[in-house]
Design a protein around this ligand. Structure first.
Ligand code: UD1
Length: 337
């Protein structure tokens, strides 16, 4: 079964390609390398022992996308990772975010329809919940106005898929996966996160600080209404997250989905504070981390973590990797860079 993976050279995409192949699927990668590196392909090949087919195109380029579908006539489904993902950058360049994230989905849906490809797994985000009224968030928790253009693109893409799927002649079957915070790297340390420039995200900033590339971590605020005053997030190991895509694809192919668009939270079901992550990193690496407390980062959600019950009950999906082990894998990866 051939699965097209847009953004397959990226952080989550590369791990999903590995898990798909190891589960017996034939992944085919589309990537324009706007926020990924060629080295991810070598890492994938080193893990799998075979090269995965790659098309170097922008997913929003309709003619190029059409040529991929024409060259790969038996695509059973698509996992659509390709998107811009930096919250801060999206405030600076909103148009680029809407064009890329919404534009590529529109193009993809049109080409999938043209070629009769009916199965889609879409990368959504817990950012669609905004600042939730109650924790943990379930899939039924109402979405709130997005705090950034990035978040808005995820909400718009979800809405777009729902509207397309409500058409009388609809043939599209979609699973929306709302990711919490992916961290860590493949156990082989051959693929992992490759942030360009100064990392925005917590874990690459921590590992770069421990590696001596950054002087210290600034923790964005310790006066939130949380157990130790720092933000709470649900940190999920990227390989666990990748495996959720494999079960989602299988469910679509088996036509087991109960409705044209199904939504699942993909998190561990546990919240951890930033300070807990720092402590877990120190335990995993055996190093003390240099950090200080700074002001709050605008747009940060005080606390969010998943109710992971639906994914467990419906998909049979449960995370396996602890926070300490996830951070150990991130540290192992950092040391290869
Ligand atoms: C956010 C979005 C997520 C999106 C991601 C993309 C929410 C709830 N989450 O993740 O959907 O996919 O951006 O990048 O909107 N921190 C520090 N110091 C640092 C870096 C981070 O203290 O140098 C803290 C943050 O304040 C936050 C936590 O670490 O509490 C995690 O931050 P980060 O890794 O950037 O992810 P989110 O902002 O949670």
């Amino acid at each position: 079964m051939k699965i097209l993976v847009t953004g397959g050279a990226g952080y989550i995409g590369s791990h999903a390609v590995v898990e798909l192949h190891q589960a017996g699927y034939q992944p085919v990668i589309i990537d324009d390398f706007s926020n990924s590196e060629e080295s991810a392909l070598a890492g994938i090949e080193a893990i799998l022992g075979v090269a995965v087919p790659l098309y170097r195109i922008d997913c929003a380029d309709e003619a190029a996308l059409r040529s991929v579908f024409a060259a790969e006539p038996d695509i059973a489904g698509v996992i659509h990772f390709a998107a811009f993902k930096a919250v801060g950058e999206s405030v600076q360049k909103p148009l680029a975010y809407f064009q890329n994230n919404v534009g590529s989905l529109l193009t993809l849906l049109a080409v999938m329809k043209e070629f009769g490809v009916e199965n889609l797994v879409f990368s959504s985000s817990c950012t669609v919940y905004g600042i939730p009224d109650a924790l943990p968030v379930t899939e039924a928790t109402p979405t709130k106005p997005a705090s950034s253009p990035y978040g808005r693109t995820k909400q718009m893409c979800e809405d777009l898929i729902r509207d397309v799927s409500a058409a009388p002649d609809n043939t599209l079957h979609t699973i929306l996966l709302r990711y919490f915070n992916p961290i860590g790297a493949h156990a082989s340390a051959k693929i992992g996160e490759l942030p360009l420039g100064v990392p925005n995200n917590l874990v690459p900033f921590i590992t770069q600080t421990a590696a001596g590339m950054r002087e210290k971590l600034t923790i964005y605020g310790n006066d939130y209404d949380t157990p130790d005053g720092t933000n709470v997030r649900d940190y999920i190991h990227v390989v666990d997250l990748a495996k959720a895509h494999v079960v989602a694809v299988q469910r679509l192919l088996d036509r087991k989905a109960s409705e044209p668009v199904e939504t699942f939270n993909v998190g561990t079901g546990h919240g951890n504070t930033v300070l807990e992550v720092v402590q877990a990193f120190e335990q995993a690496s055996g190093q003390k981390l240099n950090y200080s407390i700074g002001p709050r980062r605008p747009g940060d959600v005080p606390a969010i973590y998943a109710d992971a019950t639906k994914a467990e009950q419906v998909l049979g999906f449960k995370t396996e990797t602890s926070l300490v082990d996830s951070l150990a894998s991130a540290w192992k990866w950092q040391q290869t860079l």
